[in-house]
Design a protein around this ligand. Sequence first.
Ligand code: MOS
Length: 728
Amino acid sequence: MSLDLKIDGPDREHRPDHLAQNVLGHEIDRPDGWLKVKGEATYAAETFPEGLVHGILVRAPGIGRVSCANLEDVRNMPEVLAVVRDERLLRNAAQGGANEAPVQGVDTAEYVGQPVALVVAETFEAARHAAVALTVEIDGVEAPVDPEAVVPEEPDNQISTRGDLDGAMRHAPYSIDVVYTTASMNSAAMEPHAATAVWDGEVLTLRGALQMLKFNRNELADSLGLPPERVRILAPYVGGGFGSKLGISADCVAAAVAAMELNRPVRVVQHRRDVFEVNVRRSETRQRIRLACDTQGRLTGLGHEALVSNLPKEEFFEPVLQASYFAYAAANRDLRLKAARINRPATGSVRAPGEAVGVTVFEAAIDELAVKTGIDPIELRLRNIPEKDPDTGVPFSSHRLEATLKDGSERFGWNERDPAPRQRREGEWWIGTGMAAAFRVNMITPAEARITLDGDRATVESDMTDIGTGSYVIFQQIAAEILGLPTGKVDVRLGDTAYPPGSGSGGSFGAASTGTAVWLAGMEIRRALAERLGCDESEMTLRDGYVTHGNRRVPLADLVGGGAFSGHGRVEPGDAQEKVRQATYGAHFAEVGVNDVTGEVRVRRMLGSFSAGRILNPRTARSQCHGGMIWGIGMALTEEMTHDRRDGHVVNRDFAGYHVPVNADVPPLDVYFVEELDDWAGPLQVKGIGELSICGSGGAIFNAIHHACGARLRDFPATPDRVLAALS
Ligand code: MOS
């Protein structure tokens, strides 16, 4: 049995409105919190199967044909068990969730840093020693590594035009035509990618650091040449992913191949340098924005052209324009994405792929137009909110941009601001404020979950992951709500492909997708309980482990009796996604100081107001938003992977050279939610929150830099050298 739901339109039948437990929307503690604090939550490199041996990835120092001259010498080194040079090893990390097969092979290197061998030894130290001893020779080929130096592709499905943008630009009283750049970036999750593989002759069991297990299982099976039934993946705890763990990674396939060859459990942990080179990164972008408006600030023309890059044959292109299609109204439009094929490490999804850089740049350009027209930046945005999706003409399922702009501006004190730049000075520091809007597409993806009710204890099971996001606690809340139990009576088991396939963690769709599946599983149990009582589900109240119907109140455990109830929920997207445009919205505000002498920028405070459906747990939702805003600080000020101009290799491949914001960089962050209940978002009315808060946040900081010192920067990040150059 299973309760299945396809999201074709607004759902009123499966709503939580009549439920009594009242745990949704509250700051419930994470059940995994103490385990993590005490070190009892184990990660992929923290399992110790009997006979475990260690593998180290060896990577290519150049681009071209690969050979290893001293292979036999290394194989004969002490404690070395194997040097695996198997064509099944991954060339690029898989993209995750897509239909593309992973790209494999070790005979040629497509980018510097590509894995070309795995050295396995009895100890980690011996493996590392032998890996260093292995000589990798490259018969080099000329390969393009600079996106500006090649003729880009223009994929048809990435172009949207309407009217005459050139004409609108020519005739507008106000227009801007500007080019911005954003840097190549790394997900930089705290836990490095790692895998422990065990082969029992029949089934390959892998403990991995992965986000989307049902896809990862297929990718791993495909890579190994096994049917998926003979692969099991576990990832109960994952130390961050941010997109870099969406697809199966090099360590997983290498550990599995070696375990099958040696009949020993094999662990492979990526060195931080590997993390920077062999997993997907966010593409660098060059973005040209054209905006034309009338004297009232109403947009008449909107152009957004973006250049991104990826390796040859990869299908992913950073979807920079994703929000530009629907963010603002303008009759004359030209949106196009161009893709340069270059031999730098593969690009892929990194937190809020597309909008993170697209909205950030677009919102900086809108600020330029606001300054030019003399219209307040918030007012300019309010004047350009479209009535329906300007790209497809369908209505919006809900639209809360205005509400978040007004909420945020009031809380931030926007109206006290002198709009003129370069007005506030404190010692060496210019002080200024800026704002930006946030947009992010919202989606639901196929997901399943199971609940077993035994007495008055419920167990939720799904292969869904919790990558630090709060999946454990929100599923506990959802199951507790629908079954009328205190949250402590609900156990949540995640991260095992033996459980029903959830959505996986990606695209901010986890809470809505797998959460709805958990909800439906609970609804199925409610209906079975009501049947046993002889009433309709809506006439029965479940609360604190008791069932009330009419004037009868009995312990839930008595109604359940000796047997257990099991519910299975399944949700999938229907054609709702074609009938309405569904998105989440927000507003970012930032105050910065710009040092007139050193060019240093310090963020002094930040505030975000976000609208993203029903907030299941304000604490975990706020924590997500803190993360996104901090990423905005990184994007605006420090984060940049530098690629060598000759061969594209990543120059700064550790946390000393790639600077993610640390505590000293992060000021007080205020997060507010403008709650909305979007009928189109499934019965729980939950939407994605994780990625929304990065979309545009760096733009607010850039706009604040301009307001502070009067210099307009157009290259992210605003490092001191760039700021100084702009100041002079
Ligand atoms: Mo996300 S970038 O889909 O983990």
